[in-house]
Design a protein around this ligand. Sequence first.
Ligand SMILES: C[S@@+](CC[C@H](N)C(=O)[O-])C[C@H]1O[C@@H](n2cnc3c(N)ncnc32)[C@H](O)[C@@H]1O
Length: 222
Amino acid sequence: MLSSRLLTIASMINSGSIVADIGTDHALLPIYLVQNSISPKVYAVDNKKGPLERAKQAVSLADLEQSVIPMLSPGLKDISHDVNVVVIAGMGVETATEILLSAKSCWHQFDQIVLQLNGDQYQLRQFLMSNQFEILDEQTALDQYISFILSVVHVSHPVSYSQQQLMFGPILLQRKDELLMKFIGEQLAKKEQLLQVVPCDSHRFHQLKEEIQLYQNALTGC
Ligand SMILES: C[S@@+](CC[C@H](N)C(=O)[O-])C[C@H]1O[C@@H](n2cnc3c(N)ncnc32)[C@H](O)[C@@H]1O
C-alpha cells in the first residue's frame, strides 16, 4: 500500500502522460502509475546504484519491464524526448532546484512538474516564482508528517505571488485546505508559546510577533 503522500502525487498526474520519476529509489510510484493506467510508460531515474537496483527488482517482480524503465542518471540530464511530466519527490528543496536548474533547456518540454520536497516551502515557491513556474495545483497529504505537493509548469510570462502565498501556497490558501489550516494553527500555537519566554526587548521577540501576525492572517483569510 502506497503512502498517502505517494497516492496524492499519483492523483495529481495528468492521465496518459509519459512520466520521469527523478530520484525514484524503490520505483513504487512508477509501478503504481502503470498498474493503475495513469501512465503508459514511466522512466524510473536514480543517480545511485543501490536505489536503482531496488527499482529494477521491484519492476521485475511486478513484471513491468516493458513500461517502467529504470535509468541510472543524475537528475534530468539524460531525459528522453517523449517525457512530458516530471516528478521530483522525497528529496530536499536544494537538491531538487539544482536538478531543475541544470536542465533549463528542457523546461518547455514538460506539461507538468510535480514536486514534493522536504524543507523550506517558502524557498521552493520563491524559486518557482523567480524562474517563471506557475503553480497549477497544490495538495497536502498526511502520513507521519504533513507533505506539500505542487504541480507546476514553466510559462513565458512573469509569475507573481504575495508573501503570504509564498509562505503557505496560493491554491491551498484559496481553498482553505483543511490540513494546511491545521498545520498553521499548530505552528501558531508553538510561536505563541515561544513568545512567552523570549525577552521582549530582543530581535527574536519582534520577529516572532510579525510571524504570529502572518499566521493569524492566513487563518482568518486576511
Ligand atoms: C528519499 S528517496 C525518495 C524516493 C521517492 N521519490 C519517494 O518520494 O518516496 C530520494 C532518492 O533520490 C535520489 N537522488 C538524489 N539526488 C538525485 C539526483 N540528482 N538525480 C537522481 N536521483 C537522485 C536518491 O538516490 C534517493 O534514491
